[in-house]
Design a protein around this ligand. Sequence first.
Ligand code: PEP
Ligand code: MN
Length: 345
Amino acid sequence: MIIPKAGKLTKAQFKEVEGIVSEFNCTVLEIEGHNRCVYAILGDETQTLMFKRIAGLSYIRKVNKIESPYKLMDKRSALANHQIKIGERVIGQDKPFIIGGPCTIDPNSPSMFLETAHALKEAGVDALRGGVWKPRTNPYSYQGDNKAIEIILDAREQTKLPIDIEVMDSAQLKIALDAKVDILQVGTRNALNYSLLKEIGKTSVGTDSSVLLKRGRHVASPDEFIAAAEYLVAEGNPNVMLCPRGTTPVLDGYRNHPDESITPLLKNKTWAPVVVDPSHSVGHSQYVHACSLASIAYGADGLCIESHIDPAKGIGDDPKQAITPDKMKDLVLSCQQLWDSRYQS
Ligand code: PEP
Ligand code: MN
């Protein structure tokens, strides 16, 4: 990892560094943070001669060697102080970052989504979620509809809140990027789809789109989870958040095995923010509040919660696990109190 003295290498400096690393069969990648650029050497960066030659250049502040399977995501990387900005918020600062909205946008009822969006804004959420395309276990269940993107874009326009939608393939990714979607969600089923992760990382470089990477449901270990995120960052987009969402096998009575307790283990290893999804973890609206508080207590930076103005009329997971905007308001307040108490002790 190369850190220049100035905020960014000039074209000529980049070319010189590129020339050196290519002699050692490596390539160099610019990673643009909000305040500065860092440069990752891809390939065998442990070669001493290459290391010395780069470190000797007058415009280089330091070259870090990190022995880690995920050298960019590692807490010791030059990205350790990287901040992710979404809308008006810097993740991890001041209060929990809360994403709320229905599991699935009903394309036949735009007003239901818009009403939910306004009520959630009122309840204090920071971003809106809503499934446009859905990964469904049953191939005959509702799969999503391109029309739904217009509805969530309309909600962003009206509420001025950033939006989060899941993308599962290249065509959906293109539509989402063209629409300047603020948060691209990678669901649990694609959490280890490395080709998709690389494509998202590459095509989102230079955009304002961050990525919410869910944890693989088949018990991805902390290292496997963080290494999956490395695929995104290694293509040039450092704006990645990790999202535990419950794993299988299930804990009887819950939808999955709630895994918010992985939060401090992730935070010991990586700088990336952790945004827990309590809704899919527990799968029942009545347990979402407790799981949210547990997540914040464990050190989470935010939450992604399914919420609907009238859950019984929703589709997808909403009838079972969405909370109402009223409940969301209570939850936002209690999470804020717990967050504040984290910094008092
Ligand atoms: C969702 O967020 O609605 C969803 C399908 O999530 P997951 O990938 O965690 O199942
Ligand atoms: Mn859902």
